[in-house]
Each structure stands twice: as structure tokens, then as C-alpha cells.
Design a protein around this ligand. Structure first.
Ligand code: ADP
Length: 262
């Protein structure tokens, strides 16, 4: 993306945002609420179109008209509120919308055995050993469901995987597991866009970092150019945080008997 802007009426959601995604690399997009992360995802996923700037896939100018078109170009997006059918088995969710069939005419039916087998082996290939692919996907943990969604995108041939805050609702341990599979997708040769507001998670796996702030680019760095401390500082608001810490140090608490003595 080069210098992309997006308006909703006269609200400027994105202005002059550029980012690169390369095979076998993870580009992290960091930003606080309202920074424009969702807008950016929607453009990449084909839900919305950018107003100005350039968007190229394999060097060729593109304008994605729908999520289906994005998928056909190899861009798969995994949203935070994964669109799964909780009561259906894992294998059914894995193939949802792209079910293989066997037989012809009136004998045509879903190839259940193939779906079960493939789901199990594909998950295993990503290092996910589910005891039972027949269990309803709703019984899996949030982290496991993210992993199934990632494995699914890899299996269906995605070239670019967009992940919308995959660790936001997870604890430390599950976040680690999900990040491992994000890295596995990268190692499988996919270009990954990881949206997050956690600089620690981003730094663990990321190759490039794009910082958004109120719809504009607040920074763009490769891992070599950036220390974790600096990324944390920029995410935390940098000088704003220093100012706050200064104020907090000085402010006497009204609940502690009227201030600091001495
Ligand atoms: P983030 O995902 O980082 O929280 P968003 O992309 O949702 O940020 O929002 C960026 C800005 O665009 C915000 O100021 C938001 O209010 C505005 N915005 C997002 N979607 C719409 C919309 N459909 N209509 C109007 N304004 C929107």
C-alpha cells in the first residue's frame, strides 16, 4: 500500500498510510483504539475500497471489490470474532463454505471421511494435535480456534494472511501458542499482516512494524531499525506517557490526608 487514504463521509479514517507485505515475513500494524487498524484491514480484505493512494498485489495495481475477490487473490482474513458455527464439529468448520463432495447427480454428497482426515492431518502439520476433530468447535479454547482458522487459511492456499488482534482476548500462555502458529504460517511462506496493540507480541514475531495514530502513520520500521523498548515507548504514547508519569508523581492524592509531606 502506498500513501493510502480513506474517508467515511468527511471523517478521515486513514491518511497517507503505506505498508509492505512480503512472503515469509510478518508485518505488524500497531495502534490504539481509533488508530485506523480496522479500516486498514477492511481495505486489504476487500470490504472497503481506498479513496486515494495505491494498492498493488505482486506489483500490479488492484482494487478489491469484495472479500471473495480478496480470497481469490490469495488474501485470507481471520477476524477476532471468528465466524465459526460453535455446535458444528471442527472438521465441518474447517471446510465451511468450501466442502468437497463425491459422487455425481443424485448421488452427490459431502465427502465427510476426506474432510475429517484432512482436517486432522492439516492441523497436525501445523503442530496442532487435536484429540478429536469431531468435537464441536465451540468446545475449543479461543487460542485453539484461532489456530484452526490459521491452519485453514494455509490449507486453502492463502498467500497473505491478515490477523485481526489474534491475541487480544487471550491470556499469556494461549497468546504464546497462537504466536507460534502465526510464525508457522510465516515459515510456510505466507506474508502475514498482524494487527495488534501489544508491542511485546509484535516484537516476538514481526519483521516490519507500522505504527498508526489517529489514522496517520506514526512510524514504519524494520526489526533491525527498532529496539523493543523504543517500540513500547512509541506505542505507549512516548512523550505523553512521560508527561503523565510526571503529573502522577506530583499530584497529591486527596484520599491520603491532603498530600505529601516532607
Ligand atoms: P481502530 O480499528 O484502530 O480502532 P478504526 O479503523 O475502527 O480504528 O477507526 C478509525 C477512525 O475512523 C475512527 O475515528 C472511527 O471513528 C472512524 N470510522 C471507522 N469506521 C467508520 C465508519 N463506518 N463511519 C464513520 N467513521 C468511521
Amino acid at each position: 500500500m502506498r500513501d493510502v487514504s480513506k474517508f467515511y463521509g468527511n471523517i478521515k479514517a486513514l491518511e497517507g498510510v503505506s505498508l509492505e507485505v512480503h512472503p515469509g515475513e510478518i508485518t505488524c500494524v500497531l495502534g490504539d483504539n481509533g488508530a485506523g487498524k480496522s479500516t486498514l484491514i477492511k481495505i486489504i480484505a476487500g470490504l472497503h475500497q481506498h479513496d486515494t493512494g495505491g494498492f498493488a498485489i505482486d506489483g500490479e495495481e488492484a482494487r478489491l471489490g469484495s472479500p471473495r475477490e480478496a480470497l481469490d487473490r490469495g488474501i485470507a482474513t481471520v477476524y477476532q470474532d471468528l465466524a465459526v458455527v460453535p455446535l458444528m464439529p471442527v472438521w465441518r468448520n474447517f471446510f465451511l463454505g468450501s466442502e468437497p463432495t463425491k459422487g455425481r447427480g443424485p448421488f452427490k454428497r459431502l465427502d465427510v471421511a476426506h474432510m475429517r482426515r484432512t482436517t486432522h492431518s492439516e492441523l497436525l502439520r501445523m503442530g496442532i494435535d487435536l484429540r478429536d476433530v469431531d468435537q464441536p468447535i465451540g468446545t475449543l479454547s479461543g487460542g485453539e480456534r484461532q489456530c484452526v482458522a490459521i491452519a485453514r487459511a494455509v490449507y486453502f492456499g492463502a498467500k497473505v494472511l491478515v490477523l485481526d488482534e489474534p491475541t487480544a482476548a487471550l491470556g499469556v500462555k494461549q497468546s504464546g501458542v497462537v504466536l507460534k502458529y502465526v510464525a508457522a504460517a510465516r515459515d510456510a511462506g505466507l506474508g502475514v499482516v498482524l494487527i495488534t496493540h501489544n508491542p511485546h507480541h509484535a516484537y516476538l514475531v514481526g519483521n516490519r512494524f507500522v505504527l498508526l495514530k489517529r489514522g496517520t502513520m506514526a512510524g514504519s520500521h524494520t526489526k533491525e531499525q527498532l529496539e523493543l523498548d523504543e517500540l513500547i515507548r512509541q506505542m505507549a504514547g512516548g512523550s505523553e506517557l512521560e508527561q503523565l508519569s510526571h503529573e502522577l508523581e506530583r499530584a497529591p492524592s486527596p484520599h491520603l490526608g491532603g498530600g505529601i509531606t516532607g
